[in-house]
Ligand binder design. Structure first.
Ligand code: CAA
Length: 387
């Protein structure tokens, strides 16, 4: 069993850590206050190979693999979680097009996503009535000659108002999960409009919008995958996405731990620094232990995906555990900072706000438990010879 990173993975980690430290961390607060990420920064990330980490070089990607992707995303999230989610969804969109797209779709869209020509990609699955119950979506795609006409409303779409291309899930028949298909809709397609960015608790530099599709017309060549295959495409993409949320969670937890260790060594109370109190030492020890365990789960899921082995259950476990423990960690970080942690003067308040959504998006903690439990029960039934 090998725990060491390859030289390529180490290089990705070191380069991304430097980029995150120098180019992201110092300006994260300003981006949060402006509620905006500049396209120039996205292009800089593209130059560093961060927008297509697991995409073949033939399409402009870094071809560095899933473990390298998790390493990179962790570093970015520790500096600016809003930038990390933008990066994550763009990588996810490129990967889904790479896996299910036609040659023309791959050649047309992937280089624009990974090269930073597009600000981002977006993933439009959720609707007001279809969050955890993704199959409850009501957006319709109606065949009209060689085209499809899409009508409906999407909700909670990361970068939905800025994306060059949006993967839109729509109902093509009433056959439940088998009646959903997937389309590539360009951001400037007539009939597509975005609402105002939501005022969120965290991730404020990343836009989250509702999208309205009013007779959006796309050719059949814009269909991604087969008719009726959309739900499976969404589930497979989310399996990979959940590794990313696990990595983001670890990035925020690691940054909160770093800040806490350094503050505990400086801050004096009762004529001693905080770090000399066992109550604080125990908090730091728990934070560090949970982080190591969470990161091991994320790396395991990333490695399985990279090895083309089943990883759905492990990705759900990684996302569940990492997001839960990261939230406990950022909460303890605020506690260690005391009153100062409750102000915007220190980074831990932002980590606390940014981290909360990791237990919600790309499947809530409750949905991860459902995925894990279903897998366990299926394995048990199979071993008992019950189908
Ligand atoms: N891989 C491949 N196929 C899968 C799959 C997977 N991981 N999970 C399910 N399927 C298949 C099943 O095998 C089944 O196929 P058959 O009918 O051929 O057997 C089919 O899909 C239906 O599966 P289920 O019966 O399990 O479907 P369900 O309706 O019970 O839903 C669910 C399952 C796990 C709850 C799913 O709805 C889910 O993941 N919900 C959460 C949605 C989510 O994560 N949304 C996040 C939005 S995107 C986002 O947040 C991005 C962002 O912007 C940051």
């Amino acid at each position: 069993m090998e725990f060491a990173l390859s030289s390529e993975q180490t290089l990705v980690q070191e380069n991304t850590a430097r980029f995150a430290r120098e180019r992201l961390a110092p300006s994260a607060k300003a981006r949060e206050e402006a509620h905006q990420i500049d396209h120039a920064l996205i292009q800089e990330m593209a130059e560093h190979g961060l927008l297509g980490v697991n995409i073949p070089a033939a399409y402009g990607g870094s071809e560095a693999g899933v473990v390298a992707y998790a390493l990179a995303l962790r570093e970015v999230a520790g500096a600016d979680a809003s930038v990390a989610v933008t990066m994550a969804v763009t990588n996810m969109v490129s990967e889904v097009i790479h896996r299910f797209g036609s040659s023309a779709q791959k050649e047309n869209y992937i280089p624009k996503l990974v090269g930073g020509e597009y600000f981002a990609g977006a993933f439009a699955l959720s609707e007001t009535g279809a969050g955890s119950d993704a199959a409850g979506l009501k957006t319709r795609a109606q065949k009209d000659g060689d085209a499809w006409v899409l009508n409906g409303e999407k909700m909670w779409i990361t970068s939905g108002d800025q994306a060059g291309v949006i993967v839109v899930w729509a109902r093509t028949s009433d056959e439940g999960t088998k009646g959903i298909s997937c389309f590539l809709v360009e951001g400037d397609t007539p009939g597509l409009s975005a609402g105002k960015p939501e005022e969120k608790m965290g991730l404020r530099a990343s836009h989250t919008v509702a999208l309205s599709l009013d007779h959006v017309r796309v050719s059949d060549a814009q269909r991604l995958g087969q008719v009726g295959e959309g739900f499976k495409i969404a589930m497979l993409a989310l399996d990979g996405g959940r590794i990313g949320i696990g990595a983001q969670s670890c990035g925020m937890a690691a940054a909160a731990l770093r800040e806490s260790v350094s503050y505990a060594q400086e801050r004096q109370q009762f004529k001693k620094n905080l770090a000399s109190f066992q109550a604080i030492q125990f908090k730091l020890a728990d934070m560090a232990t949970h982080l190591e365990a969470a990161w091991a789960l994320v790396l395991q899921a990333a490695w399985l995906k990279e090895e083309n082995q089943p990883f759905s259950q492990q990705a759900a476990m990684a996302k569940l555990y990492a997001s839960e423990k990261a939230n406990a960690t950022v909460r303890e970080a605020v506690q260690i900072f005391g009153g100062y942690g409750y102000t915007e003067e220190f980074k831990v308040a932002r980590f606390y706000r940014d981290c909360r959504v990791t237990q919600i998006y790309e499947g809530t903690s409750e949905i991860q438990r459902l995925v894990i439990a279903r897998a366990l029960l299926k394995q048990a039934a199979q071993s008992q010879g019950v189908s």
